[in-house]
Design a protein around this ligand. Structure first.
Ligand code: FAE
Length: 530
């Protein structure tokens, strides 16, 4: 066995102090509510612990395990494959539809009541923005649309001037795309498949309006989708499955990086393990305060794990929360950069109604997997990238949906409110005003060329400034960490997730998160783990 357990003797130590600190805070935040299961008698020792099983955590797990290093991966969500639970389609939401909520949390039309369950999709609600996240073994890969977009080289260089862009485009991006299983749909299939009418119409109308369209790779296996279309295999993308998880077809991280890491025999995944806070010990090791929860979200056991090396990959919001909360509870050392340079990756949702109305709308049956984009990044006045998004509602509502990705004009920042035990996000309409201008310009240009109206009934009169799928930044590479993700002021703590990217990357971010994770892990394994 790789792990060593011992009974803690003598003084209660920092970990117990941490436990008392966490337990004594009253409030509703799950990590700080009063204990139900008492203080654990043992501290479990682990060599390397990773918190979070999204893109950063999965890359870290594979690269460490490959070197023969035993890794314990803590994930607050469910191991869906092991659980035997099924993911639910958008039109009949079930267990997977929401993380411990009693109503659905999709970007619109939340008419469905739910039984509280540790579902795959979560939403954090702040005053001016709602942030959607994936929960479970595989993190965001379980619920995302799978768009695998490599950013423009010039923009990558602008955002990360100190990284070697040549090396990234020759090595880390191709490696990330290969390991993730990025592939592109065949044009013949897209032409013949009526589930992609929404995309065909979207592209034709964009071109008519003078915009440039691009084909976008995805990690959904398009060969599988072709078989779905021919009814040879169970349907998933063609059966309305996506943001509550896909039962087939999608190469989520549990099927790629984590599967490979598991095959080494060095990976231990502990599901339903929610890390509440972290304390740094005098010997520079870390003690984690953990609640093991059941599928109703109740703590069933309380655990302390001590580790020499900690990889923090809880996603932008999860990693920020852990660091800032631990600092408030246990004086966990943090420098002034933590929480700075946060952004929504310029996310702005919008849509059009009466699209193609007299020639058959956008299609009653729609694949949930996007394949097309509009690249308008070169425009000095209105630069943006648009995902032509499906609206898989099972009926043709002649509506086009667009997720715009804009530049940022100013960063937000994140702090922790110890009174409410919640993150505080400094982000408001002043951060998104130029994105709204871009959306207006885009919709006007599209409607002028093609007819149609703004989707007044969707979002806020057609403008979804408060919808964010891509939170980034707050623990920025080279600012809050060194050039390889080592947290400032710490010797054994590595941050590897979306929080390393300063607020914007110009396209959907998981390929970049994966590539940066590959780069960081390559270096720190060589220097710190051998
Ligand atoms: P992430 O994947 O969020 O993983 C973090 C993991 O840590 C999660 O599994 C958490 O449950 C876990 N965790 C957090 N806190 C704790 C804790 N205290 N204790 C234990 N575990 C914890 O992080 N991006 C694209 O590039 N293309 C797309 O098409 C796309 N579509 C999206 C659609 C939706 C609906 C959503 C929500 C996101 C989408 N994204 C897309 C964004 C993408 O999924 C996201 O950027 C990445 O998943 C972030 O990766 P990280 O490794 O940072």
């Amino acid at each position: 066995m790789d792990r060593k357990e011992f009974i803690q003797t003598g003084s209660m130590g920092l970990a117990a102090l941490l436990f008392l600190g966490a337990g004594s805070v009253s409030g509703k935040a799950p990590g700080t509510r009063r204990r139900t299961s008492g203080s654990p008698a043992v501290i479990i020792e682990k060599e390397v612990v990773i918190i979070g099983s999204g893109y950063g955590g999965s890359v870290a797990a594979l690269r460490l395990c490959e070197k023969g290093i035993p890794v314990t991966l803590l994930e607050m969500g469910l191991d869906w494959e092991k659980s035997g639970e099924k993911f639910s389609p958008m039109i009949s939401p079930g267990h997977s539809a929401a993380w411990l909520k009693t109503r659905t949390i999709a970007p619109f039309l939340n008419l469905f009541p739910l039984k509280k369950f540790t579902g795959a999709l979560d939403r954090l609600d702040f005053e001016h923005i709602k942030i959607w996240l994936g929960r479970g073994v595989g993190g965001g890969s379980l619920v995302n649309g799978g768009m695998a977009v490599t950013p423009k080289k010039e923009y990558f260089q602008e955002i990360f001037p100190s990284l070697d862009a040549e090396k990234f485009y020759a090595h880390y991006f191709p490696l990330a795309n290969q390991e993730l299983g990025a592939n592109t749909a065949s044009e013949d299939f897209l032409k013949s498949c009526d589930f992609y009418k929404f995309n065909k119409v979207g592209e034709q109308e964009a071109e008519k309006a003078g915009f440039k369209t691009v084909r976008v790779p995805n990690v959904y296996d398009f060969k599988y989708m072709e078989q779905e279309y021919r009814n040879e295999v169970p349907r998933s993308a063609l059966a309305g499955e996506v943001i509550y998880g896909n039962n087939h077809g999608k190469l989520s991280l549990d099927k790629t990086y984590l599967k490979k890491a598991g095959a080494t025999g060095k990976l231990e995944i502990l599901e339903l393990h929610r890390v509440n806070s972290v304390a740094q010990n005098p010997d520079k090791s870390y003690t984690l305060d953990i609640s093991i929860i059941n599928t109703a979200g109740e703590e069933v056991e309380h655990k302390l794990i001590r580790t020499k090396k900690l990889v923090l990959s809880a996603g932008t919001m999860g990693s920020l929360e852990l660091l800032l909360k631990s600092n408030a509870l246990t004086q966990f050392p943090l420098d002034k950069h933590i929480g700075q340079q946060w952004g929504n990756n310029g996310n702005f949702m919008t849509g059009r109604n009466f699209v193609n109305t007299f020639s058959g709308g956008t299609g009653a049956q729609q694949s949930t997997i996007p394949v097309g984009g509009i690249d308008h990044w070169h425009d000095k006045k209105h630069p943006f990238f648009v995902e032509i998004a499906p609206l898989p509602m099972g009926m043709d509502v002649a509506t086009s949906l667009y997720l715009m990705v804009n530049k940022l004009k100013k960063y937000g920042d994140v702090s922790y409110n110890a009174q409410t035990s919640k993150l505080r996000l400094n982000w408001n309409e002043s951060h998104t005003a130029h994105m709204k201008d871009n959306a207006k310009y885009f919709l006007r240009t599209m409607n002028k060329a093609n007819g149609g109206t703004r989707s007044h009934l969707l979002f806020h009169n057609g403008f979804g400034a408060d919808i964010c799928y891509h939170p980034l930044g707050g623990i920025v590479l080279g600012k809050a960490t060194d050039q390889f993700g080592r947290l400032n002021g710490h010797q054994n703590l590595y941050v590897v997730d979306g929080s390393l990217i300063p607020g914007t990357i110009g396209v959907n971010p998981f390929v970049t998160i994966t590539a940066i994770a590959e780069y960081c892990m390559e270096h720190v394994i060589k220097e710190d783990f051998s």
